[in-house]
Design a protein around this ligand. Sequence first.
Ligand code: KG4
Ligand code: ZN
Length: 342
Amino acid sequence: MKILGIETSCDETAAAIVEDGEKILSNVVASQADLHAKYGGVVPEVAARSHIEVMLPVVEQALVQAGVSWDDIDGIAVTHGPGLLGSLLIGTLTARTLAELKGKPLYGVNHLEGHVYANYLAADTKPNFPYLALIVSGAHTQLVLYRAHHDYQLLGQTLDDAVGEAFDKVARMLGLSPTQGGPAIAKAAENGNDKTFTFPKAKTGDNFSFSGLKTAVLRQAQQLAGGDFRTPSFEIHNKLTNQQIADLAASFQKVAIDTLVDHTVKAYEAHHPKSVVIGGGVAANQLLRDQLAKRLPIPVHFTEQNLCTDNAAMIAAIGYHYARAGKNIPPALLKVEPALSM
Ligand code: KG4
Ligand code: ZN
């Protein structure tokens, strides 16, 4: 079964064709990162306008790259939430229109489930149920227990910043990168000592919290910069040495990753899953992968870096399971749900 996936929840316009939820026939991602870099973050209006411009060419490219025609497509899966309202509208309306015009079943899927199902793509071994899914992206931090396809339970989520958001904000504060915070922190941390500073771990039960950690890094940086607490956060890095920046990055990364791993180990002890899958942009973090593998006695599944970040192959992968369960929706009824949760 060949599913066309469409993804526009944030600042990537993406389309992909995946066979049987596993085999990638094409995977096209048009990133808007350069467009938003000068604003220091994603501007919803700009994102939506850019999606409109490239949406149809991206779908066309996905068909060409896969070497298939519309006749070969068995269904269309699209992210209808969570995400930015204007961005979601473009992908969803495109999918609704194409489903109607081409006479294909339509599946409105949850972006976060997509991040979990990225682990079924191009994988030698598939995750075994029941498994824990740690979803860690720029907008979400969730721990979910999957008993079977479509049968899951949310165990905990962030009460404030997502972990990827914390990486991005700390990276901006340290002058490391305006947009690619996660990889920039990881790279800077390689030259730092993670024991230089002791940052606090939030005590929030089964839920996560990262805003206190971010503020603790800011206060430490301000102190190192001469104790002038009036310096705007984006200027502090000018007063820090490269070594101080590297030590701050390493000490921050250690606590952020330890927090994720502590929660996952605790959930493992409570629920005894057979495996753990990680999804979302932060799943690309090597320390997270290493620490989970080290501290858990069960297989830890993660996927290639470009499948961890937003893409439409993962949307087609979960779309396949919606199709198998007969969960299609009449095109006219599919609504966007910016605050959709698991
Ligand atoms: O899943 P994603 O592409 O977009 C959302 O759905 O939010 O995740 C993007 C997030 C960003 O916050 C980025 O800084 C983070 O993933 N990220 C990383 C790494 N690579 C990307 N965080 C930590 N370490 C990395 N290597
Ligand atoms: Zn995402």
